[in-house]
Design a protein. Sequence first.
Length: 392
Amino acid sequence: MRDRNRRLVVDELRRAGLVSRAELARRTGLSRSTVSTLVADLQAQGLVAEREVDGAGPQGGRPPVLLSLERAAGVALGIDFGKRHVRVIVSDLAHTVLADLERPMETEQSAQEGFDAAARLSMQALREAGVEQTDIIGAGMGVPGPIDVASGEVGSSAILPGWVGVRPEQDVSRQLGIPVKAENDANLGALAELTWGAGRGTADFVYIKVSSGIGGGLVLNGQLYTGSGGIAGELGHSMVDEHGPVCRCGNRGCLETVASTRQILELLRPARGSDLTIEEVIAHAREGDRASRRVIGDAGRAIGVVVAQVCNVLNPAKVIVGGDLSAAGDVLLDPLRDEVTRHAVPAAGGNVEIVPGVLGRRAEVLGAAALVLRDVDAFALHPPRDVQQQAG
């Protein structure tokens, strides 16, 4: 019971940033005496600090004393691997981003070369944030492919073929000397939107990442749902055309083969040039270019057919669309909404809110940090240095 109450207090401090003892008791449902005892323990361990805010308190009295998680309590590291980049952030336990760095990565690089690049970038980010490696309580890591729950291996449908069968948690944990948790990048996008973005306060939603691949993350009853084997949310491999092209997963006619940014570029490059980028396609669409609007709209319609089936099964309150193509806004979302309305049962399709994500290209790396931040109470039982030494 004490550990549960501690979790409630730490979680609320993380969400609120600054909060009084009385407000903490109200939000957690604990008695003031219980909150005071738990806060005192956390202060003794250097995990919580008192801060006076500017201005007088009620009836002109002393300025209120508020509580916050202490920077000295440690920091979380978020690492995101994309098809052509690696990105690292450092966040304190109050969800303040202290450093955010990115570097390009060659598609042909091996997994080990990617891990080496991430380690170097992590050290640079720590220096920029002004914290030590021993301050890290853990790292979350996003990988562009499913992670098998039992083995920890990257699955066969990964965007980066050279990563299939790799166990990123073990390799990166060994390299950095800290605990590491790896997760599919679309799941991390969902977790980031739940923690910071368009999913805040929404218990049930579906996140769709539309980039060079298409992935999905499911949040059910306020928790990330990955299924028994970690594969839940692979919407990009839903079949939309049984006679369609062969997908990288080995099946035919997957959603990814008709609606990914890779497919959009393949359709437009013969007429627009081999160096055309998806950012240029989106810009052209916003300027009214018919071809760009057509291919993006077709992608939205294909995604909408799959989303309609998901709505029938899960009945989410929201569908949040992220990834590179989400920058197209209503050029993508309006056709998607039309297909959901058309194909989903009215009670599901008529009530679901379909919105763009608000975190853009930072979604996955923020979600990687959130893997650690949402389990911060597990680390709060030990100072960060102890965690570091145990991991090493």
